[in-house]
Write a protein that binds this ligand. Structure first.
Ligand code: AMP
Ligand code: GLY
Length: 423
């Protein structure tokens, strides 16, 4: 089988490596892929947002199955366009990807179907938003409606900060049209849990839970990033909490999307906060998370392509999806300076014996050598029977990889280990 994976980050590298395990797979194309993915797939220089280019490539190369991983092409309708040409796909159609593409849509969906989430107001008029902020509880959370490269959420600690965020989104249009509408919502507190789930619109199969580490520095200091590391499973996500989430959030979301005529098929990502009043949805994503995928897929024991095809063919309920009982830890190695400005072009050295567990995000091949080309350069994952061992092993591997200016957090999983002792 010829497989096409759309995207070019660490998540896509993890998907490619897992798909490769299926013996029926003869060739994998990554569009556009990256310098690391090139070790495991044929990279094709077509951007993930170039829907026409993606469809043309898939048709010309007789692709048997397509996996669309990033949010942008899903929201732009890549799956709809590929399906029109008869190419089976993993990923939601555009009318379901809106669950991530529009925060206003997702908040209204949750309100309509009583799915627990933060209280909120929607604004299309800047003056009304600014007036509301005169008396809104502080801290408050300002969210641009549309996709904003993961930067569209501002947690404002003061009224002035909140107003500045509103002005930058609605007046200065820092996120373009994504800021035409905004959501202002209640600030929630509690441990965060990411749960990715396979769903075909009929059944939903949650994968092993995980915990992201978004701040750049140790002990959750410094700027927000795309994610500096992950562990799985997340110790805060106990069996009783999982049961509540399934009953109050996962199944109701799948049913709500069906009732709206927007059946979701693919990977639905639940960003949850475990508040004192129970689990609440912080955000939905219409895709696998990055870097959650880099710890979740290594723990998947069932063949990934088989699960994906069952989703496409709406027979997920007929198969068993198994995860290992072990734990995983992924440490991201980034370019010095990230998430602010950083230099590129430094040679990356990865010993052969650990290459299997390295997921490359920002690298390219120059003069036959792999060099850095992005902020988050790569993730290194280890799996083990215990979380302690997974963390130790991941850091041992990190020490064997080098590139100039490389930095990483030293405490990935520390909070989870502490939580394990409390719970
Ligand atoms: P993202 O949408 O991935 O950019 O991340 C937004 C992050 O902001 C989440 O992971 C939370 O940590 C935080 N966040 C979003 N909404 C809220 C909220 N209502 N209360 C508290 N924190 C929030
Ligand atoms: N790790 C968060 C995300 O993929 O959006």
């Amino acid at each position: 089988m010829k497989i096409m994976v759309v995207g070019g980050g660490g998540r896509e590298h993890a998907i490619v490596k897992k798909i490769k395990e299926n013996k029926a797979v003869t060739e994998i194309f990554a569009l556009p892929g990256n310098g690391g993915i090139a070790m495991d797939a044929t990279c094709v220089n077509i951007g993930a947002k170039d829907i026409d280019g993606i469809v043309k490539f898939a048709v010309e190369n007789k692709i048997d199955y397509a996996i669309v991983a990033p949010d942008d092409p899903l929201v732009l309708g890549a799956v709809d366009a590929l399906e029109e040409k008869g190419i089976p796909c993993f990923g939601p159609r555009a009318n379901a990807a809106i669950i991530e593409g529009s925060k206003v849509f997702s908040k209204n969906l949750m309100k309509k179907y009583n799915i627990p989430t933060a209280e909120y107001e929607v604004f299309t008029d800047m003056d009304a938003a600014l007036k509301y902020l005169e008396s809104a509880p502080i801290p408050t959370v300002i969210k641009a409606d549309g996709l904003a490269l993961g930067k569209g959420v501002i947690i404002a600690q003061t009224r002035e900060e909140a107003k500045d965020a509103v002005r930058s989104m609605m007046q200065d249009k820092v996120f373009g049209k994504s800021g035409d509408q905004i959501v202002i919502e209640e600030f929630l507190t509690g441990p965060e849990v990411s749960v990715l789930a396979f769903t075909d619109g009929k059944s939903i199969v949650p994968m092993v839970s995980s915990m992201d580490h978004k701040r750049a520095g140790d002990n959750d200091t410094g700027l927000n990033t795309g994610g500096m590391g992950t562990i799985a499973p997340n110790p805060y996500y106990t069996d009783p909490i999982a049961w509540v989430c399934t009953e109050q959030i996962f199944i109701p979301t799948v049913q709500a999307m069906n009732k709206e005529g927007r059946t979701f098929k693919g990977c639905l990502y639940f960003g949850l906060m475990l508040t004192e009043k129970g689990p609440k949805v912080i955000e939905y994503n219409c895709r696998f998370g990055d870097p959650e995928t880099q710890v979740v897929l290594p723990l998947l024991e069932t063949d990934l392509l088989t699960v994906m095809q069952a989703v496409t063919e709406e027979r997920l309920g007929d198969i068993e999806v198994k995860f290992s009982d072990g734990s995983a830890c992924c440490v991201i190695m980034a370019s010095g300076g990230y998430p602010s400005s950083y230099q590129k072009g430094f040679e990356i050295s990865i010993p052969e014996n650990i290459a299997d567990s390295v997921y490359v995000a920002g690298a390219e091949i120059k003069d036959g050598k792999m060099v850095t080309s992005g902020g988050r350069v790569l993730g290194v994952t280890a799996t083990a029977n215990s979380l302690e061992d997974a963390i130790t092993e991941a850091y041992k591997k990190v020490e064997k990889i080098s590139f100039e200016g490389a930095f990483y957090r030293h405490d990935i999983g520390a909070r989870a280990l502490a939580a394990k002792k409390e719970i």
